[in-house]
Design a protein around this ligand. Structure first.
Ligand code: MTE
Length: 345
């Protein structure tokens, strides 16, 4: 993110609200049409299953490396409710864009690198270390962590600090449930996350030009981590999470800039003090610990009051207004009451 050119969004390019879709059925249909077009008309799109148990817009491609636990758990994914905040009627970003325009610097710095350079990455078997201020520390197999949790779908906006955004149907479960499972002590005020370092399968880690100090780290205050919006995602579009999107398990914090949503998590540490985080460490003037989406506080290279909703087309740049907390203010603003958000950005 440090190395990109400034974006150049003019106020005249704001797209009216009319681009938004209100009804899920409409969204499903248009999503399938877009996906069909993107797939070159191949009959890869399965129709949404009835009964509300499956994701509303399965793409039906199936991710080839999905582990056995996914096969079992994905048979009963609870669909997103028809109302905000766990659902939005805005058009979904097509699967092909969600999985080919990525930031995952462990695989390289170009947006295409994560999808083209992650072929050797193995997300199964997988274990996660739980440590720090917690009653049940240890190294756990992912299957054991997931066992008690039902999977559900959440359709969230994802807003990157680089001023692009997507609307993505994630499959996962609330981070709050995972936290309760390991029983944090009263001293646990923050949760810290780390991504795997696997130099063999991650060319970005081997690169001489890497700007990140590995492992990629992120953190949340405990109330943010416990907020019902905060999701541990293991799937997208009703399918197992592709490597480029952070398989096998990543964080999704929809009211914060995308860099908080750390991928391929191998460590969750409960702490009394605020953890160091990757982008804040690299450039604290530009990337804060909180990183709440805030149209009033601009990044030196990207203005934050507007965003490009992907995919853009030749005919429409799809530039829309960015909302405070990415439109999730009703659910999260109270956690920051009394804080100067220009200082704690
Ligand atoms: N997690 C790790 N481990 N490494 C990364 O480079 N990039 C972040 C975040 N999580 C990143 C990461 C950034 S900057 C963004 S915008 C989102 O992932 C992008 O998620 P997506 O590629 O699934 O859209």
């Amino acid at each position: 993110m440090l190395i990109k050119k400034p974006s150049d969004i003019k106020p005249s390019e704001i797209t009216p609200e009319s681009v938004f879709r209100n009804r899920r059925q409409f969204m499903n249909d248009s999503g399938k049409l877009i996906l069909g077009a993107a797939a070159g008309g191949l009959p890869a799109i399965a129709s949404a299953q009835s009964g509300g148990l499956k994701a509303p817009t399965p793409i039906g491609k199936g991710v080839s490396n999905a582990p056995a636990w996914w096969q079992e758990k994905s048979s009963s994914i609870k669909a997103a409710p028809d109302s905000e905040p766990y659902y939005t009627g805005e058009s979904l970003t097509p699967y092909d864009d969600v999985t080919s325009y990525n930031n995952f610097y462990e695989f390289g710095m170009d947006k295409r690198d994560p999808s083209t350079q992650s072929g050797d990455f193995k997300s199964d078997p997988w274990s996660v270390e739980i440590s720090g201020e917690v009653a049940k520390p240890g190294v756990y197999n992912l299957e054991d962590i997931l066992k008690p949790h039902d999977l559900e779908e959440r359709i969230y906006r994802l807003r990157c600090v680089e001023a692009w955004s997507m609307v993505i149907p994630w499959t996962g479960f609330p981070l709050a449930e995972l936290i309760k499972q390991f029983e944090p002590t009263s001293k646990a005020k923050y949760v810290e996350f780390e991504t795997i370092i696997d130099a063999d399968s991650m060319p970005g880690i081997r690169s001489r030009f890497a700007i990140v100090r590995w492992p990629y780290r992120e953190g949340l205050r405990m109330d943010e981590a416990m907020n019902p919006l905060t999701l541990m995602a293991v799937g997208v579009y009703g399918d197992y999470l592709p490597s480029q999107n952070g398989a096998p398990m990543r964080l999704i914090v929809p009211w914060k800039y995308g860099f908080k949503s750390i991928k391929s998590i191998v460590k969750i540490n409960f702490r009394e003090t605020e953890p160091n985080t990757t982008w804040n460490d690299l450039q604290s003037q530009e990337y804060g610990f909180f990183a709440n989406v805030n149209p009033a506080v601009h990044h030196p290279r990207w203005r934050q009051d507007m965003e490009r909703r992907l995919p853009q087309t030749l005919f429409s740049r799809q530039v829309i207004e960015t909302r405070p907390f990415n439109g999730y203010g009703d659910q999260v603003a109270s956690m920051y009451s009394g804080m100067d958000l220009a200082r704690y950005y």
